[in-house]
Design a protein around this ligand. Sequence first.
Ligand SMILES: [Zn+2]
Length: 482
Amino acid sequence: MIDLRTAALLPLLALSAPAAAAPITEAALARHIDVLASNAYEGRKPGTPGAVKAVTYIAGAFRNAGLVPGAADGSWYQTVAFVERMPVSTDLRIGDRHESEVVATGLNPRIRIVDAPVVFAGYGIVGEGRDDLNGVSLAGAIVLIRGGTPKGMAHPPRPAERVAALLDRGARAVLTITPAGAAWVDVASQVGRGSTMLATAKRPAVQGAISHAAFARLTPAAPALLAAADGAAFRPVTLARHMTMTVETQVRPFASWNVIGRRAGTAAQGKAVLFTGHWDHLGICRPAGAADRICNGAVDNASGIASLIETARQLGAGPKPVRDEVFIATTGEELGLLGMEAWAAAPTVPLTEIVAAINVDTVAIAPRGLPVAIVGRGLTRLDPIVDATARRLGRRVDDDLEANAFIDRQDGAVLVRRGVPAVMIGGSFSDLKRLQAFLGGAYHGPTDNPGHGVVLGGAAEDADLTVAVARVLVDPVAYPAP
Ligand SMILES: [Zn+2]
């Protein structure tokens, strides 16, 4: 029953300016986290039933928040094809000698490379003013590289980029030599857990690791070669011995999905603002018999998905945007930002049309009242808008660059590399002690559960900030396209 005193005022209220929207609450975020990070979702690992539950839930929540499907086929789901490879056996022979300290996976279930030349290619780096391959062809070779970064190199290419360069020169196999101090059992068990790539990714026929000791058994020049790799004049060295390898691999292709929703803007110019967060996590992450086997990923990143959903709802409750709003819950972030890579390779909005992107990851660790930091500060045109909006909301601004240490650990990095202005904003990244405490504790373990260490005050406040910033970004007058 309605209060008549209030009812009498309703026609007047309808004529006044829209009231400030009710803030996003901790309870609203917790409702999504409690579902997505429940044991029923089994840690949301791509390729598992829990992942199907997660994307179904998110599509429903996007619909409920007023979005429409945003994938190219008119559905909520952009399919992302993955291939998981688990090593079964690696047989490496140098003449009659069998070398056991090597572990690798093959492109196909059984790969045999017979009597191939072996080339040591230093760090295997091409680019950043360096060419370890020096024009040398690696056609058909088993290529050995050392891990790590050459002395004095600030921005080394990522491992996948190094392998791609070796593949371009014709390498059949790439084996990374482990550091001198690394325990081989640890390396073997790490590689033994397998790896997952996008089905579209190129890789050599064989890829894996070989121990430092095995390299030393292969050539007496090993120490000199490893040291020479740091020199600017390094050239690949073909070793005296050939190798024969037989690699057996369990190859499992599977599909996963980016969940995409959108709200059309009033302008026909097609420009869009992107809101992203990853839904995937690590799944069942402890062996049979462990007390708690599920890495539930409540903070990482059910909290970000909760924020994404409530941001969508809040924006939908306000004025219609001029630019489009596109919401992407990505898969495969924990596998190396792969869902976002897949989206960027087949974007539902041309990358050149995206005027800004805000990613949300690992936001449920801070209380209200922390200053607003930007992951990506100094790299985009967004800083003054975020700072001014934060101050307008009565928040302090943390304007140092410390939070940029996390740039490469989140989906926004994929967009930044392609020239799209992408940031993460909020209080979680201004108190790095607090963030490090989470990373050193529940992070990526079975205790990242709903209710356990999940702090939602800051996440709610940051979601309100995201909404306020978004209202500026979707307005071409307030934020003109470059
Ligand atoms: Zn994570």
